[in-house]
Design a protein around this ligand. Structure first.
Ligand SMILES: Cc1cc2nc3c(=O)[nH]c(=O)nc-3n(C[C@H](O)[C@H](O)[C@H](O)COP(=O)(O)O)c2cc1C
Length: 346
């Protein structure tokens, strides 16, 4: 029976446990140049010291105007590689693996003037109206995703996660509400995500798995449901995605069906649905900070990996504390200088 602390392998990605730190924007870039700084270094390396098996760096722009804000990280220039290399090397020293979430915010890019999107439809009444991407613009952005992935490999990341969730660019293309184009990208709303996936796959080593985060359900009026999400995931799987990180929402104002209940484990059923529908491994996320809940969804073989976001913002040592609470910490998992802080050992 797998366990939260059992190793996990997916192609060449070899994790010491099933615990994931999901991507969380820090809005901590100071010089607006997209380069991670000491804040990012301390933030991510702390979670590696804290026992997390797999760390996914926040949504990182493949283009300067693809960031949610100018305070976000980016990976659009070779000059940015060195700062990420420093980070990946330090995380590896502590036995964790690390990915970067490659993203483009599309119409949700707050500081872009104007933002670009599949169609000129704003997020809400207070948002800028985006410019509909030309076909040349689409081709350039697909190349930018590929270049971002190439830099990520160069910087020592163990894999990349494509951000296809939360109403950002890939999601904006496959959602029929935000993509009303009259070209092939409108006739086939999954084409953009498929082409991005294939382009990124071209530069990833064959044994490096590719992860995609998706919103498996929209909460906006008339939004898609999980049966539609299964279909776009099927396309992206065929194009080269090896694992889905299953989230939901983020596309616009909540419709009359209401939003997620956002209570404990609120998206696990969506992750299970994609997993069983496509026979593909998944990461579950969303209010999984209860140690027992995180443990049970792995032991019950509902999902492969468990991501804990806000729980890790409040506790960088969440993974070690979970291990301590659920049976006792294996000494090998505790950094030597911190050994005396562990109360319950195996
Ligand atoms: C401060 C903050 C920043 C976030 N930034 C991102 C992000 O960059 N990319 C992303 O896909 N999700 C982002 N999220 C969503 C989280 O990855 C996660 O899916 C969400 O917080 C639910 O998990 P939790 O209940 O364990 O926190 C962010 C969440 C928080 C709280």
């Amino acid at each position: 029976m797998p366990d939260l602390f059992a190793p996990y392998e997916l192609k060449a990605l070899s994790l010491k446990n099933r615990i994931v730190m999901p991507p969380m924007c820090q809005y901590a870039v100071v010089k607006q140049d997209g380069t991670p700084n000491d804040w990012h270094f301390v933030h991510y390396v702390s979670r590696a010291i804290g026992g997390t098996g797999f760390i996914i760096v926040e949504m990182t722009g493949i283009h300067p105007d693809g960031r949610i804000s100018n305070q976000d990280t980016g990976i659009w220039s070779d000059e940015q590689i060195e700062a990420y290399r420093r980070l990946t090397e330090a995380v590896h020293v502590h036995g964790a693996k690390i990915a970067v979430q490659l993203g483009h915010a599309g119409r949700k890019a707050l500081d872009a003037d104007p933002p670009v999107a599949p169609s000129a439809i704003s997020f809400d009444a207070n948002s800028k109206t985006p410019q509909a991407l030309t076909r040349e613009g689409i081709v350039e952005l697909i190349a930018a995703y590929r270049e971002g992935a190439r830099r990520a490999v160069d910087a020592g990341f163990d894999t990349v996660e494509l951000h296809g969730a939360h109403g950002y660019l890939i999601h904006q293309f496959h959602s029929p509400l935000t993509n009303v184009r009259d070209d092939e990208y409108g006739a086939d709303p999954m084409l953009f995500g498929e082409q991005v996936t294939r382009a990124v796959r071209e530069v990833l080593p064959a044994e490096m798995p590719l992860i995609m985060r998706v919103s498996a359900k929209e909460y906006v009026e008339g939004g898609y449901d999980e049966t539609y999400a299964l279909e776009f995931c099927r396309r992206y799987k065929a194009a080269g995605v090896d694992m889905f990180h299953v989230s939901s929402g983020g596309e616009g104002p909540i419709g009359s069906n209401g939003g997620p209940n956002a209570g404990p484990a609120y998206q696990v059923d969506l992750a299970e649905y994609i997993r069983s529908g496509l026979q593909i491994p998944v990461i579950a996320v969303g209010r999984l900070e209860s140690y027992e809940e995180a443990q049970s969804i792995v032991t019950e073989e509902k999902v492969e990996l468990v991501a804990v976001g806000r729980g890790m913002l409040s506790d960088p040592y969440w993974a070690l504390h979970a291990e301590e609470a659920l049976g006792g910490v294996d000494k090998a998992n505790v950094p030597k200088p911190y050994e005396r802080g562990v109360w319950k050992r195996k």
